[in-house]
Design a protein around this ligand. Structure first.
Ligand SMILES: C[S@@+](CC[C@H](N)C(=O)[O-])C[C@H]1O[C@@H](n2cnc3c(N)ncnc32)[C@H](O)[C@@H]1O
Length: 405
């Protein structure tokens, strides 16, 4: 190791951020990206191996493309070697597409997206021979723990994990999660209200993480409670929690005439698979297509389907906003839309999904939806889909059904 435990290199603006032309990239890099790149460059300038770089959840290529470009310009690698030396694992499909688009604009090859490994996979290719990991600190400690375990288990013994965050989103629990998996964890000096946590020294015998599991009871009037086991791993929204808005939506849907005649329903943004598993448990003939842009949500939905014995009737499709579904093809969609994009509250993300659902619904088809009552999605549902009626409302949430005109 180029540095004794507890010591990290001095971080200065480097060729990675000074020589790379970021202008074709959309969106432009953030301060956290530049700090992370300069931190990686400092390690490499001090003798840490440059090859075997794993980049986790690069939002649009602002991390991957400068690293790739520097490897290609170092002239010690062919373009193929450089591409092979950089692995990229992105949870959201939109991030994969943004990286590919920016690679085209920057005239660089895009490394093929790596498959998200399950926690039980023996030797995930994305992690083998990895000496440096560049990542944004995820919001959820469970996600951080899953990443840390995979790196500790499968990366090279000298792996240096560089995890950047904005000061206002960081807390000491993040250090503690990393310390469970690595013997040497330190926080770097702040720059632009951001800093990097460095973790190295994979610990021996950290118990294997397993997908998280939790069992819930869902009651609907006039029927025995349904027992629902929810599983989650990685960055899945809500972990194994049963979202209170989703609970209200499912109760309201069960009290409604339901889905007579529908061959299948679409669980749009399936997350941990709550909607898919509940509906297939309650309706033994029903098939569900569960779709989400998040790779870990797709794995979690699948695990939840298996845990409830309904996997044969749930198909999972990783997709961004129903882009692979035909116009006017679906009878019923259920949606609990996201209320933020990254760390920012953004109703625009939900409106985009409502517009996509409106495109995919057949005339007369219905979308059941739940949202925080202050968000005023009803006007968008009425405009984009059609007649929108309230089915339930509690102190926080409103459930509606909208019929495609
Ligand atoms: C509020 S969560 C609901 C999850 C789950 N249905 C539940 O009720 O617990 C919203 C889900 O939408 C997914 N999502 C967000 N944007 C998406 C997009 N553009 N395409 C597909 N899924 C998306 C998120 O990954 C997340 O799992």
């Amino acid at each position: 190791m180029p540095f004794p435990a507890g010591q990290t290199p001095d971080v200065q603006p480097s060729s990675l951020t000074q020589n790379f032309d970021f202008t074709p990239l959309s969106p432009p890099p953030e301060a956290v990206d530049l700090l992370l790149l300069d931190t990686a460059a400092a390690w490499w300038a001090n003798g840490h191996p440059r090859e075997g770089v794993l980049i986790l959840d690069d939002r649009s290529g602002a991390l991957t493309l400068p690293v790739l470009d520097s490897l290609i310009s170092a002239a010690c690698a062919t373009v193929e070697d450089a591409v092979a030396a950089v692995r990229v694992l992105q949870d959201e499909l939109g991030a994969e597409r943004a990286l590919q688009g920016n690679a085209r604009r920057a005239n660089l090859p895009a490394p093929p997206p790596a498959e998200l490994p399950s926690l039980t996979e023996e030797a995930p290719a994305a992690f083998a021979g990895v000496h440096t990991v560049l990542m944004h600190l995820p919001r959820s400690l469970e996600t951080l723990s899953d990443w840390a375990w995979l790196i500790r288990e499968h990366a090279a013994a000298d792996v240096v994990v560089l995890a950047v965050g904005r000061d206002k989103h960081m807390n000491h629990s993040m250090n503690q999660v990393l310390e469970k998996h690595f013997s040497d964890v330190s926080a770097g000096r702040g720059r632009s209200k951001s800093r990097v946590l460095t973790a190295r020294g994979p610990r021996e015998n950290v118990p294997s993480s397993a997908p998280r599991k939790n069992t819930h009871q869902v009651t609907v009037p006039g029927a025995p409670a349904t027992e629902l086991t929810l599983c989650s791993l990685g960055a899945t929204y809500g972990g194994t929690k049963l979202d209170p808005g989703t609970r209200l939506m499912l109760q309201a849907v069960e009290a409604h005439p339901g889905f007579p005649g529908a061959e299948y329903v679409i669980d749009f943004g399936s997350g941990n698979g709550t909607v898919s598993a509940f509906l297939t448990l309650r309706h033994p003939q029903l098939r569900v297509i569960a779709t989400d842009h998040s790779a870990s949500a797709m794995q979690s939905t699948q695990l939840t389907a298996e845990a409830n014995g309904v996997a044969a009737r749930i198909e999972t499709v990783r997709d961004d906003a129903l882009s692979r579904f035909e116009d006017a093809s679906a009878e019923v969609i259920l949606l609990n839309p996201p209320f933020h994009q990254g760390n920012a509250v953004d109703p625009g993300a939900a409106h985009r999904l409502i517009r996509s659902a409106a495109r995919v619904l057949a005339p007369g088809g219905r979308i059941y939806s739940v949202w925080n009552s202050h968000l005023k999605h009803r006007a968008v549902l009425s405009k984009e889909v059609g007649l929108t009626e309230q089915l339930a409302r509690d102190a926080r949430f409103t459930v509606t059904v909208s019929t495609k005109r």
